[in-house]
Design a protein around this ligand. Structure first.
Ligand SMILES: Nc1ncnc2c1ncn2[C@@H]1O[C@H](COP(=O)(O)OP(=O)(O)OP(=O)(O)O)[C@@H](O)[C@H]1O
Ligand SMILES: [Mg+2]
Length: 262
């Protein structure tokens, strides 16, 4: 039997003196969109940081495709095919949208930024990558903006470019932390369509998102975190009706609100 794509087992994470995540266990199966939700401060971003190697758990283990990745560096983890999108930090604002896409493709499968400055192999290879960059921009609906400076893109367009740049690595698992934060309803719909397309192309998605309408529509499974521990794990219909989940959200603002600018 194949191991699950991602298995998080009994992970505990301290930040300073505080236990940010106390006992986190969940799995992600291939081909799904799994959402990790929970009120503010529940530990979602902390969990993402641990999975992608930016924080080391005090206890527990994380396996990716059966291989233990606990404590590996973010670069090693990304090279294995587990990638996260950063909100806007990975976009070079003064470069064109096209050059951003091309750079992401150059970096694919190479060991970090340094490799981007190594001389590129052949003219033919370069030509192929330029075509792929255009295909990628078409895929996220930014073909018409290829020649524009990245910092001239609208907010929703920048988000889609950010996802495209992460997707350029053709990850097997892509972690998205609040991709719809600050987006208007039509941008949110585009973002949702993009996530579905990525899944259909073989990228499994682990999503943190406060927009409950989006989470309920897009997720195959939802894992609910509250105060550093899991309180529910199941399909959207079951999560929607779960009394402990409803209680955890009472009085908090899961629909964006204070979070829209996060
Ligand atoms: N850098 C930090 N220094 C101190 N405490 C932190 C730090 N980062 C997170 N925490 C604490 O760890 C806990 C979990 O935070 P985390 O950011 O993971 O929550 P979250 O679920 O992502 O919340 P949000 O929905 O607001 O993004 C919170 O109590 C938070 O205050
Ligand atoms: Mg967070």
């Amino acid at each position: 039997m194949n191991p699950p794509l991602l298995a998080v087992e009994h992970v505990m994470i301290r930040i300073g003196g505080l236990v940010a995540v106390s006992d986190l266990s969940f799995m992600v199966e291939r081909g799904q969109v799994v959402s990790l939700i929970g009120p503010n401060g529940a530990g979602k971003t902390t969990a993402f940081n641990a999975i992608t190697g930016y924080l080391r758990p005090r206890q527990g283990s994380i396996h990716f495709e059966g291989q233990e990745i606990t404590g590996l560096t973010p670069e090693r983890i990304a090279a294995l095919g587990l990638v996260r999108s950063f909100q806007r930090t990975s976009i070079f604002g003064s470069s064109t949208v096209f050059d951003n896409a091309l750079m992401a493709l150059h970096l694919r499968g190479r060991a970090g930024l340094l490799a981007a400055f190594l001389p590129f192999s052949t003219q033919q290879e370069e030509e192929r990558l330029r075509e792929e960059a255009m295909t990628m921009l078409g895929f996220v609906g930014l073909l018409g903006r290829a020649g524009a400076r990245a910092d001239s893109l609208a907010y929703g367009e920048q988000r889609r470019l950010g996802i495209a740049l992460a997707a350029a690595a053709t990850p097997r698992l892509l972690l998205l932390d609040e991709p719809a934060a600050g987006l208007n309803p039509s941008e949110t719909a585009e973002c949702m369509a993009l996530i579905r397309q990525l899944r259909d192309r073989g990228t499994t998605i682990l999503l943190v998102e406060h927009d409950m309408a989006m989470v309920m529509r897009i997720s195959d499974r939802i894992v609910v975190l509250n105060q550093g521990r899991i309180i529910a794990d199941g399909p959207p219909e079951a999560i929607r009706r779960d009394p402990e989940v409803i209680r955890a959200y009472l009085g908090s603002a899961p629909q964006g609100g204070a979070h829209a600018a996060a």
